[in-house]
Design a protein around this ligand. Structure first.
Ligand code: GCO
Length: 468
């Protein structure tokens, strides 16, 4: 089987991880510009001041994407480039950059898939309480409106937020991301709610103003599976899926929060403040979501947590990867002897990916799905000057095959975006953790070079994955 004609083969990036030009052309400070400069926060104190200089080299990069046959490029807009202070005056130079980027994509027949928020919050808003402050919600809606009006004539695919679970939990539970707060469980849940409301209001505005195209949100997809059939571990699985998946997907796709989590949070006094109006906007906009974006890298294997430990801070693997107890200490994620792991201890499992997509279909029906991220973080070997990233090819091949099976089994998957199109700055792992099809030589003026996987993906796209 070939993948359907309108299925999009793409690859992704995010503004802070690729652009650089952190203080050029009127851009304001982002929370990451500030946070990454606090000693010890990132690997070897790396930051995105220059990143891979996509801001100046986007033409060269898009030409390479075109050479690869890429059908769609997912990138994000840096909010402080458009509104240096988060609100107030628009920075025309910021709009100009994204106009140029979008036009360059279209020139090469590449469909731009735009993420509005991929973590680089204007610092001015962070200082006023960030996502805990509901004024940030108003500011986001205005930013979204400006983007819809400025780019909506050419952009037909919009993602409001990328991975709410990550920026909220690392921001307020483990402190690994800005604002760097640890153990504020109530704040964590409040920020997730505020983000869902911001999403819902942006979706409503988009529809009310008659913009054409699609809008949705991208969530981490990290389905939980019990390590065995023991009742207590099955309970851990149910609990993990409720808190890590349903809490995030239900308000978007069903327009209400899962009862199990609401009850649990109420008992502990952790339920976010929610107004009737906010609950109402979630309810009425749920059917307006055109798709859900999934960032899938690995599943979590869970079991009952029998120690008093709760989720702790950590730099490299602070996202519920093996060895971590959950925030409430109910379950823990574990590494299993019979599973395969990446260098960063993320399990590789296309089987769990497919099983997880079925779990989503069971709960949310035929909602359209885009795989907005999937890929392998690795340290790529260089052999005779060539970047031989065979493990990445194998990883993507396995997961694309799972997508193909999903489509054959009636799951509505409309596109696949590999993470990432080009090697970029990992938020906490510097440039050591590579994901791209395009290599960037940091010892040679950031020169670009095609990897083995570049040629492989080109062939996959050209044949519409027929041979997978
Ligand atoms: C990293 C991460 C990121 C994320 C992406 C999430 O190492 O920093 O893997 O690259 O995958 O930003 O949307």
């Amino acid at each position: 089987m070939k993948m359907p004609k309108d299925f999009l083969f793409g690859a992704a990036s995010a503004s802070y991880q690729v652009e650089g030009a952190w203080n050029e052309d009127g851009k304001g400070l982002s929370n990451w510009d500030v946070f990454s400069k606090i000693p010890g926060k990132t690997f070897e104190n790396t930051n995105g001041d220059v990143a891979v200089d996509h801001y100046h080299r986007y033409k060269e990069d898009i030409a390479l994407m075109a050479e690869m046959g890429l059908e769609s490029y997912r990138f994000s807009i840096s909010w402080p480039r458009i509104f240096p202070n988060g609100t107030g005056e628009v920075n025309e130079k910021g709009l100009e950059f994204y106009n140029n980027l979008i036009d360059e994509c279209l020139k090469h027949d590449i469909v731009p898939f735009v993420t509005l928020y991929h973590w680089d919050l204007p610092q001015a808003l962070e200082e006023k309480g960030g996502w805990k402050n509901k004024e940030t919600v108003d500011a986001f809606v205005r930013f979204a409106d400006t983007c819809f009006q400025s780019f909506g004539d050419r952009v037909n695919h919009w993602i409001t937020f990328n991975e709410a679970v990550i920026f909220c939990s690392l921001g307020y539970l483990t402190g690994a991301h800005p604002p760097g707060i640890e153990g504020d469980v109530k704040g964590y849940f409040q920020t997730t709610h505020n983000v869902f409301v911001a999403h819902a209001r942006a979706v409503e505005l988009f529809k009310q103003n008659g913009h054409t195209g699609e809008i949705g949100i991208t969530h981490v997809f990290n389905p939980a599976f019990s390590i065995d059939d023991a009742e207590e571990n099955k309970f851990a699985e149910m609990h993990a899926n409720a808190y890590a998946t349903h809490w995030f997907y239900d308000p978007i796709l069903k327009g209400e929060y899962p009862e199990y989590v609401v009850n649990g949070l109420s008992e502990q006094g952790l339920l976010p403040e929610m107004t009737e109006e906010e609950l109402d906007v979630l309810k009425r906009t749920a059917p307006m979501n055109d798709f859900i974006g999934l960032n899938y890298y690995s599943p979590q294997r869970v079991m009952k947590n029998d120690s008093a430990l709760v989720m702790a801070g950590g730099r490299e693997n602070s996202t519920g990867r093996p060895g971590n107890p959950s925030f409430d200490g109910v379950y823990k994620t574990v590494k299993m002897d019979d599973k395969v792991y990446t260098k960063w201890d993320w399990e590789i499992s296309p089987e769990a990916f497919l099983a997880g997509m079925h779990m989503l279909k069971d709960r949310y029906g035929d909602v359209k799905i885009y795989i907005t991220e999937n890929g392998l973080g690795d340290v790529d070997p260089i052999v005779d000057g060539e970047i031989m990233d065979t493990p990445r090819i194998e990883y993507i091949e396995g997961h694309l095959r799972a997508v193909k099976h999903a489509v054959q089994q009636g799951i509505n998957v409309a596109g696949y975006y590999a993470w990432s199109v080009i090697d970029l700055l990992s938020w906490l792992n510097g440039y050591k953790k590579q994901y791209g099809f395009i290599y960037v030589d940091h010892n040679n003026g950031l020169a670009r070079k095609k990897k083995q996987s570049f040629h492989w993906y080109k062939e996959i796209i050209a044949t519409r994955a027929e041979d997978l």
